[in-house]
Design a protein around this ligand. Sequence first.
Ligand code: SF4
Ligand code: SF4
Ligand code: SF4
Length: 304
Amino acid sequence: MDMINLTIDGIPVKVKKGATVMEAAKSIGIDIPALCYLKGVNEVGACRICVVEVEKARSLQASCVLPAAEGMVVYTESPAVVEARKEILRLILDNHPNDCLTCDKAGECKLQEYAYRYDVKFRDHNGARRVATIDTSNPYILRDNSKCILCGRCVSTCSQVQERSVLSFGERGFETHIIADNDKILGESSCVSCGRCISVCPVGALIDNRIAGKARAWEAEKEEVRCTQCDHGCHFELLRKNGNVIGVRAKEPGEGRPLCLKGRLSVDLTYNDNPAVPLMKKEESYVEVSWAEALGLEKIMEKL
Ligand code: SF4
Ligand code: SF4
Ligand code: SF4
């Protein structure tokens, strides 16, 4: 197998041909920040926060899409790299609500993590801001587009992993925002509430409504469980607070492995101490129904 030798932050690295600089760095324990990157699903080099300095290159390079090359010399935290990352974070925070105190994503939010890592703060300014439009129309997904950083992870995941293509980018420039179908509220869109988009959102723009407000990220004890519905065994996390299960959530789709709806529902039912009453979409709204109706068993049960 062809191997590539390069140097990252003065450390010699050997990786398989085809590996990216980000993967090469990860193999020696160097964590390059990334917001939009999602392996195999969203490899677009759009957010640019993963830029690195490469000797003899004319500009900083996005490491998530940069193939490692023989003899390459890379710096992941040079002054130019750090300044570029700070500027990207400043630009994002300029159009972001200062809401970490009450945001359900706080403690797990990538934007918060990187702002702390690079000492970038919210600034007072009079620039235009996206309006906070909180979409509560879907009982499972809380959507706050004012926190969206337009990374595109949810769009790629919905189309490539879930194969629904509910989500896309709407409008252009400053008005760009994520839309469901032709800019419907989620509850009236063709979304099937699989929740995959929630598991990949790096910020608090997509939140599991069933867990929202139940615990801060650092209060919940997490236990990793695996789905037993098929051989892929997708990974889930059981969240407990004071010993009680407060929710089950899917981890990011693994390499090449989607998180299927059947698995998500069965893991939820297996572990959740207090499964919620099922909701079924009837015409334009969700209504509580019996489990028999939700599972399509009513006709069978009538015959019993
Ligand atoms: S999404 Fe992240 S940065 Fe934005 S308010 Fe929530 S925790 Fe803070
Ligand atoms: S919940 Fe599933 S179907 Fe709905 S928008 Fe998210 S990924 Fe698409
Ligand atoms: S909703 Fe989340 S995953 Fe989707 S584009 Fe916005 S920040 Fe990215």
